[in-house]
Design a protein around this ligand. Structure first.
Ligand SMILES: Cc1ncc(COP(=O)(O)O)c(C=O)c1O
Length: 433
């Protein structure tokens, strides 16, 4: 038995689903993916059998500079040596808050946490407290906001969540301003907040973000933009800066601290301060956690911001994203596969689409494509480019894409099942296992 098999089996025996994130479980990868990773460095991962992979998952997109980037790790270690935690607010806690408030013009106050779900849920709670309303409006095309009931209850995996709670989340469509207007008309004066990502696999069109902002203002609804993925990737000031939009509340996470566990809820003082201690005001139990201000993560965050400014991290991410996207498009064209292999969305965070014979996205063909990339040592559950993906890595990846395009041609001309050596990749959100 290989170490991958031994640890892979243990993982499933000991941890429900075998991992702590559904998108990191075996079923979302082809069968030849590493089962368990031993260590990571730069943009590479080594599995427990010592196999090396060029990584594009980058730990659920949370590592935007590179795994174990020394300056950032050293800053975290310095805070560990500084005690790592304290009985009262720590100096690094205040310094980190100042760093974020100075960096983002539309943030007056900030609360840090450890997970993205904590801060998006806190944003919805704050909005309900601020408006006294019950409905949460969320963008239907955006795949994930929180593991909490307000969001999961509105997906097909709503088992364990009472209908009463599910009824309180309503939906609109991205880039479809009419769907937003209709929702506001149907729930006049009842929508506490509207939440979406500034951009996911599609970029905003016809000033969608600004138009939604206007509708929120007119309807007294709190406008929340979730920059978990887009923050620290589109721009150091996030996609809000890139697209020129100012939300009432904003959430960050992945990328803030190069993979250290730091997330943030920030926004306008009059809303954020509801969680404060202003005398006479009704108390709102905002985020209050034992580990939310762990000094190591916050030290890493402050250093990450310095690294971004000094090294031009987001410029490099865009540059390499453009190179990868145009390389993939060229290979697809040369192979006559432009309708079957392409990328969508912003080039700093491309969405890879793999289609079947009917030219519609296909899990079977995606499996074939990613399986061949893995045969070449490229691990690409998604495309999360980091600063340390340099020309050499992109060139290597494009060679692997060339090879995967050849296998795709054969699969499109034949029977796709014959090309799948393990399981077919499955989506996280489905009703039954
Ligand atoms: C857009 C978005 N919001 C929120 C979250 C939740 O973050 P976390 O996994 O840290 O709870 C994610 C995680 O994938 C995300 O992609």
């Amino acid at each position: 038995m290989t170490q991958n098999e031994i640890y892979g089996k243990k993982a499933h025996d000991l941890i429900p689903a075998g991992a702590h994130t559904y998108s990191r479980t075996d079923e979302t990868f082809p069968g030849n993916a590493p089962r368990v990773i031993d260590h990571t460095k730069g943009v590479y991962a080594w599995d427990v059998d010592g196999n090396k992979f060029l990584d594009y998952g980058m730990a659920c997109r949370s590592v935007t500079v590179g795994y174990g980037f020394e300056r950032i790790s050293d800053a975290a270690i310095a805070q560990i040596r500084n005690g790592n935690t304290a009985t009262k607010a720590s100096k690094v806690e205040v310094d980190a808050a100042e760093t974020l408030v100075d960096l983002i013009p539309w943030i007056d106050m900030v609360k840090f946490a450890k997970n993205g779900s904590t801060v998006t849920t806190a944003a919805t709670k704050l909005a309900r407290a601020y408006t006294g309303r019950k409905y949460i409006a969320r963008c239907l095309e955006h795949s994930f906001f929180s593991y909490d009931d307000w969001f999961i209850g509105d997906t097909v995996m709503n088992c364990g969540i009472p209908q009463e709670i599910r009824n309180l989340t309503i939906d609109f469509h991205y880039n479809d301003i009419e769907s937003v207007k209709k929702m506001f008309e149907e729930h006049k004066g009842e929508i506490a907040c509207l939440i979406m990502e500034p951009s996911e696999s599609e970029e905003p069109e016809n000033n969608f973000l600004q138009e939604v902002g206007k509708l929120c203002k007119e309807n007294g609804t709190v406008y929340i933009l979730d920059e978990m993925i887009t923050g620290f990737r589109w721009d150091i000031q996030g996609a809000c800066k890139y697209y020129g939009v100012e939300p009432d509340l904003v959430t960050y996470g992945k990328g803030m601290a190069n993979g250290f566990s730091v997330t943030a809820l920030g926004g306008k003082r009059e809303i954020m301060d509801l969680g404060g201690l202003t005398p006479g005001k009704e108390r709102v139990f905002l985020i209050s956690t034992t580990h939310g201000a762990e000094m190591s993560g916050l030290g890493a965050f402050i250093e990450t911001v310095k690294v971004y400014k000094e090294l031009g991290v987001t410029d490099q991410i865009w540059k390499m994203g453009k190179k990868l996207c145009s390389g993939i498009a060229e290979i697809a064209k040369e192979s006559g596969l432009s309708d079957y292999i392409y990328t969508t969305g912003a080039e700093c965070s491309p969405n890879l689409v793999i289609c079947g014979k009917d030219k519609k996205p296909s899990m079977e063909y995606r499996t074939v494509f990613l399986q061949e990339l893995l045969n070449k040592g490229v691990l690409m559950p998604c495309i999360a480019i980091a600063y340390e993906h340099k020309d050499a890595e992109i060139d290597y990846t494009l060679d692997a894409v060339r090879s995967a395009a050849k296998v795709m041609t054969d699969a499109l001309n034949g029977n796709v099942e014959d090309f799948i050596t393990g399981n077919v990749i499955k989506p996280v959100f489905r009703k039954f296992n």
